[in-house]
Design a protein around this ligand. Structure first.
Ligand SMILES: Cc1cc2nc3c(=O)[nH]c(=O)nc-3n(C[C@H](O)[C@H](O)[C@H](O)COP(=O)(O)OP(=O)(O)OC[C@H]3O[C@@H](n4cnc5c(N)ncnc54)[C@H](O)[C@@H]3O)c2cc1C
Length: 481
């Protein structure tokens, strides 16, 4: 007697290898329906942004191709999720659903409803950990409270140790003779308005692309990672973030690969340690969002509820369009628009510029990142923005207002990053490339730069903006405001 049909419901685990849910589905049934439900309406205010949709469409195509190589294929349905899964089970006679857990608060609550509805229909649901190293609720301080500071969280996580990856995926995935109806994958990005022009040239979405990147990073990036990871002018980091956000590669497999590389060659140990620490920042972000679910929209530190953020539509637009007149900020915003990604150091700088120089609400920045990033991840994005704004866990001290000129000179010393993204400054000598408004007139002329015409003058004076920000933060701190 063949065992009843099972649905493998892919979510933020768009991979075949190291996918415990898929493995269990194949072990339990003789016929698997591999499905993805595109249901932005179920995600509330954090429905996938334009850049994420473009990545998702490519990632689903790659998954479909991988499944077809194994005798199956992907069935894409539109939401609402409950209806889509109910219909698919009714059409195929499926008696069980295998799925990976989502941890974002709204998604987790929504999942409970979906699981409840399926179980009411008599469908068995099995849920697996596919996206993180640890369950975000599992690590607590000695007194049973969530961690709010990274280092003790990291130490506690290290003490427990991380579970290894679950291993290679099934060679064959038995599908039905005819796949059920599937919607065209392009539909996922149909309503994305903003293009990411450099997406296909910069990235290879999907499991294979993720593995190739892992291979390349272990071979050439890990050794220099500790010393160079803050340098946006060098290919100094792994660029795994979109692959991790969509689960095209298992974070446990990434961590294990970094450890193995360091065991095989001890010169890689420093790099591997620094890299693994960053993977734990991602864990920490999920830990915080799990325990403080309101923080996607509101500050973790309650006092910041009354921070007097400005309204400055022109300033916001200049920031979004890479027209602030500060080269490292504008280069970062161009990199974002072109590739859907931005180097971490530059994310810190552009976020500091928006929240401290322009005094605009961090949520405006978080929303812009959300639509523009191919690695948009609610936990990481929330942590990053609140950290910079000073209102989150383990946050930057309120008096830290990154100086876009000296930071640019420190981390992009020859101006190669600025020149790459701002060709209008290409011919400015390194000495002036982070501060063109101070360059002598003949240097500007020789470089073909006309301030206010080919490149903007600074929209704020950083020294004054810094004083203004510190005064407001000071007042908030002492409760005088
Ligand atoms: C304002 C702001 C917003 C951010 N928004 C996002 C986001 O939406 N999605 C996202 O994935 N990351 C976000 N980050 C974190 C970080 O910038 C990116 O994860 C990193 O730049 C990705 O590049 P990489 O994969 O080469 O990183 P690597 O340096 O190679 O690190 C490896 C992995 O560790 C994790 N990681 C690294 N740094 C951090 C960090 N500071 N916080 C949390 N996890 C980290 C990522 O998963 C990353 O892929 C944000 C940071 C800031 C300051």
């Amino acid at each position: 007697m063949p065992r009843p049909v099972a649905i493998m419901w892919f979510r933020t685990d768009l991979r075949i290898d190291d996918n415990p849910a898929l493995r269990a589905a194949v072990e339990s049934s003789d016929e698997i329906i591999c499905a993805y439900v595109f249901a932005p309406e179920d995600e509330g205010p954090w429905a996938p942004g334009d850049a994420s949709r473009r990545w998702l469409a490519r990632s689903l195509s790659a998954l479909d191709a991988g499944l077809r190589e194994r005798g199956s294929g992907l069935v894409l349905r539109s939401g609402p999720t409950v209806d889509a899964l109910r219909e698919l089970s009714a059409e195929t006679g499926a008696r069980s659903v295998f799925m990976g857990r989502r941890y974002e608060p709204l998604a987790a609550r929504h999942d409970e409803r979906v699981i409840g509805a399926l179980r009411e229909d008599g469908i068995a649901v099995r849920v697996f950990e596919t996206a993180l190293l640890h369950d975000p609720g599992s690590l607590l301080t000695g007194s049973g409270t969530p961690y709010k500071v990274f280092t003790p969280f990291f130490r506690a996580a290290e003490r427990i140790g991380t579970p290894g990856p679950s291993g290679p995926g099934p060679r064959r995935i038995p599908g039905p003779l005819r796949l059920p109806r599937s919607e065209p994958i392009e539909a996922v990005e149909r309503r994305a308005r903003t293009a990411v022009p450099g997406l296909d040239a910069s990235w290879s979405p999907g499991e294979r692309g993720a593995k190739e990147r892992l291979h390349a990073f272990l071979g050439s990036g890990l050794g220099t990672y500790a010393g160079e990871r803050d340098r946006p002018d060098l290919e100094s980091t792994s660029r795994f973030s979109p692959h991790l956000a969509f689960g095209e590669i298992d974070v446990r497999a990434v961590l294990a690969a970094a450890r193995e590389a360091a065991e095989a060659d001890e010169r890689l140990t420093r790099g591997a340690d620094a890299f693994i620490r960053q993977l734990y920042w991602r864990e920490f972000a999920y830990h915080l969002l799990h325990h403080f679910p309101h923080t996607a929209e509101r500050p973790l530190r309650a006092r910041f509820e009354i921070f007097p953020w400005s309204r400055d539509d022109a300033g916001l637009a200049a920031w979004q369009r890479a027209e602030t007149g500060y080269p490292v900020i504008d280069a970062g915003m161009r990199e974002l628009a072109e590739t859907g990604w931005m180097h971490n150091r530059v994310r810190l700088l552009v976020a500091s510029f928006l929240t401290k120089d322009l005094l605009l609400p961090w949520l405006e920045g978080a929303r812009w990142f959300w639509t523009s990033l191919v690695d948009a991840d609610l936990a990481d994005n929330t942590l990053g923005w609140q950290w910079v704004a000073g209102c989150g866990a383990d946050a930057a001290p309120y008096f830290r207002v990154f100086n876009p000129v000296t930071q640019g000179e420190r981390y992009d010393p020859d101006g190669a990053y600025v020149r790459r993204w701002l060709p209008e400054l290409e011919r400015l000598p390194a000495r002036w490339v982070h501060r063109p408004w101070e360059a002598p007139a003949d240097t500007l002329r020789a470089a073909g730069v006309r301030l206010g015409s080919t490149y903007p003058r600074p929209i704020v004076d950083h020294a004054e903006a810094r004083k203004r920000a510190i005064a407001l933060y000071d007042a908030l701190r002492s409760g005088e405001e």
